[in-house]
Design a binder for this molecule. Sequence first.
Ligand SMILES: Nc1nc2c(c(=O)[nH]1)N[C@@H](CN(C=O)c1ccc(C(=O)N[C@@H](CCC(=O)O)C(=O)O)cc1)CN2
Ligand SMILES: NCC(=O)N[C@@H]1O[C@H](COP(=O)([O-])[O-])[C@@H](O)[C@H]1O
Length: 185
Amino acid sequence: MKHRVGVLISGRGSNMAALVAAARDPACPYEVAVVASDKADAAGLAHAAANGIPVFVGPPGKIAREASFDAIFRANGVDTIALAGYMRLLSDEFVARWRGSIVNIHPSLLPAYKGLDTHARAIAAGDAHGGCSVHVVTEELDGGAVLGQARVPILPGDTPDALAERVLAAEHLLYPKVLAEFVTR
Ligand SMILES: Nc1nc2c(c(=O)[nH]1)N[C@@H](CN(C=O)c1ccc(C(=O)N[C@@H](CCC(=O)O)C(=O)O)cc1)CN2
Ligand SMILES: NCC(=O)N[C@@H]1O[C@H](COP(=O)([O-])[O-])[C@@H](O)[C@H]1O
């Protein structure tokens, strides 16, 4: 039996698409069971639906939204939740209900640059490298155990957008690999 992953997105969903593409491999230990979002206009929902994956949009309000995510994930036999560009802070209650079963991809080399605007901050600091991290989700924003990382160079004259593009390519390789390792831990 493959592990069933519920993915949470808020927008474009390119990391979700990378997880879906990797799951096509018969040897992949997980399958994407449902893709949910806090945004009805999240572009990634159309990609998931086009790949035959059930999609769901949560109602407004954190409590109602999270209760609906919990219900749809349980109804679909989800055992692992993957945040992929989900831009809301999950409540302590939701994290506790899924303790140790939620992972997230973050566009920095954690513990450096938790939160937002990670690429601009790395460039402003004069760092030689940027990167991305997959971590376990806890109550502390971007504070959970790091499961895997990928480093990319910061080049002279780099803009945050140019660095973000280079890091995103690394994210799409890192996330499926680390998720597969995580579900079979
Ligand atoms: N309990 C947790 N929830 C979430 C985590 C986490 O580690 N623990 N990771 C984030 C993802 N994320 C970075 O990877 C992130 C998402 C959103 C924000 C943020 O600052 N958001 C806005 C709006 C917040 C809201 O509406 O809830 C803000 O606070 O202004 C920072 C980092 C996903 N959730
Ligand atoms: N703090 C969370 C965060 O910034 N996540 C980042 O948002 C982007 C989502 O892209 P996608 O929707 O194409 O996967 C990704 O770069 C991801 O690391």
